[in-house]
Design a protein around this ligand. Sequence first.
Ligand code: AN7
Length: 355
Amino acid sequence: MWRGIIHAYRPFLQVASVEPITLYEGHTPLIPAPRLAQAIGLAAALYLKYEGLNPTGSFKDRGMTAALTQAVAEGARAVLCASTGNTAASAAAYAARAGLRAFVLVPAGKVALGKLAGAMAYGATVLAVEGNFDVALELVRRAVTEYPVTLVNSLNPYRLEGQQTAAFEVCDQLGRTPDWLAIPVGNAGNITAYWKGFRAYYQAGRVNGLPKLLGVQAEGAAPLVYGRPFEKPETIATAIRIGRPARGAEARQAVQESGGMFLAVSDEEILHAWRLLATLEGIFVEPASAASIAGLRRAVAERRIKVSADQTVVAVLTGHGLKDPDIALRTLPAPTRVKPDWDAFRAVLERAMET
Ligand code: AN7
């Protein structure tokens, strides 16, 4: 029986040897996506690591099981984070599981509905700052120097310990390392964690090589692509609306070591990729997750990555589509209203079948 990432990968993880605080996260599917690969002109085999299927709907749960396990082992009473939403929901759930209080600080008006609802439902104290994520992170970093609360942003090293297990799973599922890994980048904790994981597996002799990393940012929030902070980050992908990534330096080093690259995609490209994922493969993700596909599509179109049919590309789908239902409602045609009788319904149905 699967009992979460700490049970599964304990020898690889620097985390307190106590009973884990877990929701049995991880073990997410690696799904082949041949129709999507064809649509974006990718010759290689494409697989999607569907992290939206974690207990709170994002990859953050891998990091949070480790962070909360360690926090409890160290006698913590409360946790605190800044968040664009997913970290907040995950921290709230794992704190509930551990019997700790959670305080989360999110950018007011810029958090997707499902994330806010989650954080509230799990019983966190949700605070909304009149500013962006970068301001929120600055505030919580100061708060943990003055109050007895544990920071559970990815600055917390146990977050990366846990999140590297996604790289282990990708290798275990493929039976080898992928040639490329495409991943959305916001605060840059996850790409840093994947690289740590791939290197650890390589050093342990579990795989024979390392992937190249394709780190994808939104055009309006692309500090790692352009090499400068974004003071006013903007993108429809609110999860990665981050202008000063806390793990930026490590992410840059990881991408460089891997021989990969960062690139930026527009909101339009993100939405296009988001629709392709859902309509060609039946996989509904939040916009930030679609950035990895948008980035791949652009990299292929611009011939910046060269892959052949015998190679393997993995794209990380970081969060579930139900996190951000607004996007579908705002960008797609509303359902046609139907009067409650047969003739009315038949007329509408026939018209629909003709289009
Ligand atoms: C769906 O929740 O930063 O580069 O506060 O929710 O490790 O930050 C979320 C980030 C990608 C980027 N996809 O990962 C937060 C937060 C989704 C995300 C990212 C996030 P990092």
